[in-house]
Design a protein around this ligand. Structure first.
Ligand code: XIL
Length: 302
């Protein structure tokens, strides 16, 4: 196979990229996307501030652009994200508990029903746990006002709105075995035991020298898979360049391939030109859309 998508497909996996609607008019961007990738994740366009800027006032224009493009190319779409503590419009933070619960469920119903049948996997709840050793929930409007139960409520609401979509919990710094991933593991185990509808865990996998690819990455993916959920690499990017970066990318791909329930990988952008890590070069195509050593390493590892 000579593209990321076809090589991944030969392994029964998807290979995706985060996409920004504003770049779809750039021919090199879209040509690279369409040639190489089999899944897309809207980078910001499905977040709450973009899709429900006023209460009950849904705006799907930019997200629809991405979804329509992707489906027209036969790509899968990952929905990102329904409930997150940030990139919220200010009206959400002002609500009391009763109103906030209603607003959360209305938001989930609004998005999931608008895209029913078009979304492969939804990141239902994003980044709900704190970093560090506590294993505690991260503060934010939903946690602070609704308590721990908001996560399972969000999953139940999403399931009812689109029974065919896979429902994921998504987070960063859970890529290896550590206190944070242990806390997520305990939540997923509890959900499976009690029949809360969860299908997958997304491992963001934003790596750099301070947060390198963990040596127990594969083992950690496997222990989640053993709970009976799929695992997905959802926002992969790795700071660096040359052979070191290429080797790290190959390690990530091999970890996914070694876990039969690892459904696919998504890199967090098409090109270094538009990476959210400004000034960094964490992706597979350089700013001129040339394939980097990391690209070749991924293709070889697939
Ligand atoms: C980032 C986007 O890439 C940026 O454009 C935006 O300014 C901030 O959000 N974890 C996530 C993603 O789940 O939604 C974030 O995306 C990166 C970290």
């Amino acid at each position: 196979a000579d593209t990321l998508g076809s090589a991944a497909a030969a392994q029964g996996r998807y290979f995706g990229a985060a996409v920004a609607a504003g770049h779809l008019g750039e021919s090199a961007y879209t040509a690279t996307l369409d040639r190489e990738f089999t899944s897309v994740t809207p980078e910001n366009e499905m977040k709450w501030d973009a899709t429900e800027p006023t209460r009950g006032g849904f705006s799907f224009g930019a997200a629809d652009q991405i979804v329509n493009h992707a489906l027209g190319q036969g790509m899968k779409v990952r929905g990102h994200t329904l409930v997150w503590y940030t990139q919220l419009p200010s009206w959400v933070s002002g609500l009391g508990a009763t109103d906030l619960r209603t607003a959360m469920n209305d938001h989930i119903n609004g998005l999931v029903s608008h895209y029913r049948g078009k979304i492969h996997s939804w990141d239902v709840v994003n980044e709900a746990f704190q970093d560090g050793g506590s294993g505690a929930r991260r503060g934010g409007p939903f946690q602070d006002k609704l308590g721990d139960g908001y996560i399972e409520e969000a999953f139940r609401t999403a399931r009812a709105a689109d029974p065919a979509a896979k429902l994921c919990y998504n987070d960063y710094n859970i890529d290896g075995v550590n206190a944070k991933s242990n806390a997520v593991y305990a939540m997923v185990k509890d959900f499976k035991a009690r029949g809360v509808p969860i299908d997958c865990v997304g491992f963001q996998s934003h790596f750099n020298s301070a947060s390198p690819v963990p040596s127990d990455y594969r083992a950690n993916l496997q222990r989640f898979a053993d709970l009976g959920v799929d695992v997905q690499i959802t926002e992969l990017d790795i700071e660096g360049s040359g052979t070191a970066q290429a080797g790290d990318y190959a390690t990530v791909v091999r970890a996914c391939l070694a876990v039969s329930r690892c459904a696919g990988l998504t890199v967090w952008g098409v090109t270094d030109k538009y990476s959210w890590r400004s000034g960094g070069t964490p992706l597979l195509f350089d700013a001129n859309y040339n394939k980097k050593p990391a690209y070749d390493a991924v293709l070889t590892a697939l």
